[in-house]
Ligand binder design. Structure first.
Ligand code: ADP
Ligand code: MG
Length: 617
């Protein structure tokens, strides 16, 4: 063959091969873009194993209308100007390759609005070709939907693993960034199910709770060290497991350099493990979340197209600081392995008062001496080869306040496929003791006594169920026998009437009426006496945000409906109702916080009780 230049599409597809290997790599690039855009809320959705659709929405700075097409050009970036900049990188992206690569191998819909502009832009690109562009109203931020990935390179699809495996890779990517950015609120929906949600309150340990459960999170030891100045400065922060808490693979080593996720191998992983010198059994690995911060000039991230490897300019120094920091944390934590006492935030959130805890009993034992019980094994859901299956709760009649039509998840839904780590119940089985003040449920679990806020807990349950129904396009609507008039302020009326479609998706049918709206149908779960308050609250939540994004609507709806559907404080509950409530809570993805981010429960450990009663000092 004679030599010819490749046409642009073929060249882009070849380049895409480096960046876009599988659905998870698309998610990685889009989430990095969202983080670079300063987003505080990022939602990721995957359908059809991530091949049918991947969607990443953010509330970041958006793309100016005049630059949207440019963003999809190769080597177009707002993050780098000159060759020198390449040595001083402070963003996750800089190659300007992700968007064009993704758009060359999928059908992409990009909806974006820059904060300072009135209108947003919708761009449709398929196989690298611009299909359509239009101006549209939307709230500031960016939503990128990637459909039918590799539709034009079918052979690529053959290299993919099962849908479950691809989804677990997607989930791993989101988890990494949730750990690296605790101040960002991440939501992950897999096939319409809520798989992860972090609060975005900046507390790393709270993110660990969402991923690995309270029992693991409470045992982790804080790492903090800072050394040197200027270009030579090295800082290490994070959490590491005490020697008694180990895992069968390196998949629990979450390593970041300047908040960029690295593969858990190579020198950094080795140094972390060496710090456990003689403390780890053969074949066991620690669980750790560690972020190394170095001067941008002291690290080269441009070693690999996916940037999952880095080169340090002062490698021995960096590794030395890291090793010492981990070692120090392990030694200082040797006496109080169950709770890092400097973690005030977590303490306030989940404990009545920190009063000390016994030492671990050895490898695999849990803090309270229950040892490697069945309970422990069932709940260490990510262990390699672990049977993710959990005994299904026996079916019992639902109490009246439980959402109608919401099926109890059954065993087949709860058992994770062997190869796909999926979030399992992050709560231990709770035994109900009683109700206090018609507001709190007292319950008992292996690790102590729980006080559960009945309203907050029910809100969490309703929130997750509604989220699932909505994601499947099936929020149940109930027509009203007599349409009900709800008087509202003019602004609220206009907001609701202007968004009838959004409301319809949630089961509301409304019309204009006098000084307010006439409601013909409501979500089936909403008690009629809550209707007026719910609409007022919804309008309040959305007020001032103009043409709020679907993400805003979803959040506002979910929180409002969850609140108004849920059992109130002050409502007496029977023992059976409390059991039902806790059983449903156990099945939640994020059972420990309500949708507003407040705790649903606090724990008092046996050690704390013993101290309070003067049984130990
Ligand atoms: P890079 O991230 O390496 O710059 P990309 O192809 O990923 O390259 O993105 C190209 C450009 O598009 C970015 O530099 C940025 O200006 C813009 N962009 C992409 N995604 C977003 C987003 N979610 N929010 C705001 N701007 C974005
Ligand atoms: Mg990028």
């Amino acid at each position: 063959m004679s030599i010819q230049l490749l046409d642009a599409t073929v060249a882009a597809q070849i380049a895409a091969g480096e960046v876009v290997e599988r659905p998870a790599s698309v998610v990685k690039e889009l989430v990095e873009n969202a983080l670079d855009a300063g987003a505080r809320r990022i939602s990721v959705e995957a359908r059809g194993g991530g091949l049918r659709e991947l969607k990443v929405q953010d509330d970041g700075c958006g793309i100016a209308a005049a630059e949207v097409e440019l963003a999809f050009e190769r080597h177009a970036t707002s993050k780098l100007r000159s060759a020198e900049d390449l040595w001083n990188i402070t963003t996750l992206g800089f190659r300007g390759e992700a968007l064009p690569s993704i758009a060359s191998v999928a059908q992409v819909v990009c909806i974006t609005r820059a904060a300072h502009e009135e209108l947003g832009t919708e761009l449709r690109i398929a196989g690298g070709e611009l299909q359509a562009r239009s101006a549209r109203g939307c709230s500031p931020g960016t939503s990128i939907s990637v459909r039918n990935l590799f539709y034009n390179i079918p052979v690529r699809r053959e290299y993919l693993r099962s849908e479950a495996t691809e989804l677990s890779a997607v989930s791993a990517v989101v988890q990494q960034y949730a750990l690296a950015y605790p101040e960002v609120r991440f939501t992950l929906l897999l096939e319409g199910r809520l798989a992860l949600q972090t609060s975005g309150d900046g507390d790393l340990r709270a993110v660990v709770i969402e991923l690995y459960g309270l029992e693991v999170a409470r045992q982790l030891l804080a790492v903090a060290a800072s050394y040197g100045e200027g270009e030579q400065a090295v800082q290490v922060t994070g959490l590491v497991s005490p020697p008694g808490l180990t895992r069968g693979s390196r998949g629990y080593l979450h390593l970041f350099v300047n908040r960029r996720a690295l593969q858990p191998r190579g020198a950094i992983a080795a140094v972390v493990e060496e710090a456990y010198h003689t403390m780890l059994m053969k074949g066991r690995h620690p669980l750790a979340v560690l972020d190394l911060r170095v001067h941008p000039l002291a690290v080269d991230v441009n070693v690999h197209p996916t940037k999952s490897e880095v080169k340090f300019r002062y490698a021995p120094r960096v590794l030395g600081v890291l090793g010492r920091a981990v070692r120090e944390a392990l030694l200082s934590g040797a006496d109080v392995p169950t709770w890092a006492d400097d973690d005030g935030a977590l303490q306030r959130r989940f404990e009545l008062r920190q009063l000390g805890a016994p030492a671990p009993q050895g490898p695999e034992s849990s803090a309270w001496g229950v040892g490697a019980s069945a309970w422990d094994r069932e709940h260490s859901r990510w262990d390699a080869g672990g049977s993710g299956a959990v005994e299904p709760a026996p079916r019992e009649p639902l109490p009246p306040w439980v959402m109608p039509g919401a099926p109890e998840p059954d065993a087949s839904e709860r058992a994770a496929p062997a190869e796909a780590p999926q979030p399992g119940p992050a709560l231990p089985p709770l035994r109900v003791v009683g109700q206090v003040g018609l507001t709190y449920i007292v319950a008992e679990a292996p690790e102590g006594m729980y006080l559960i806020d009945q309203h907050a807990a029910h809100e969490r349950i309703t929130y997750e169920r509604l989220m699932a129904q909505y994601a499947q396009g099936a929020v149940e609507s109930q027509g009203m026998l007599l349409p009900q008039a709800v008087p509202l302020a003019p602004a609220a009326t206009a907001l609701l009437l202007g968004n009838r479609e959004q409301l319809a998706a949630w089961g509301f049918a409304i019309d204009a009426w006098g000084d307010g709206v006439l409601v013909r149908a409501t979500p089936a779960t909403l008690p009629p006496e809550e209707l007026s308050r719910a609409l007022h609250e919804l309008a309040d939540r959305l007020a001032g945000r103009g043409g709020s994004s679907p993400l805003d609507w979803r959040e506002a709806m979910l929180i409002t409906l969850a609140c108004h559907t849920s059992v109130r404080a002050g409502q007496p509950l029977s023992l059976e109702e409390m059991r039902q409530l806790l059983r449903q809570l156990e099945q939640c993805v994020s059972p420990r916080t309500c949708p507003h981010g407040r705790p649903t429960m606090i724990l008092m450990t046996p050690a704390q009780l013993e101290r309070q009663f003067g049984r130990r000092t």
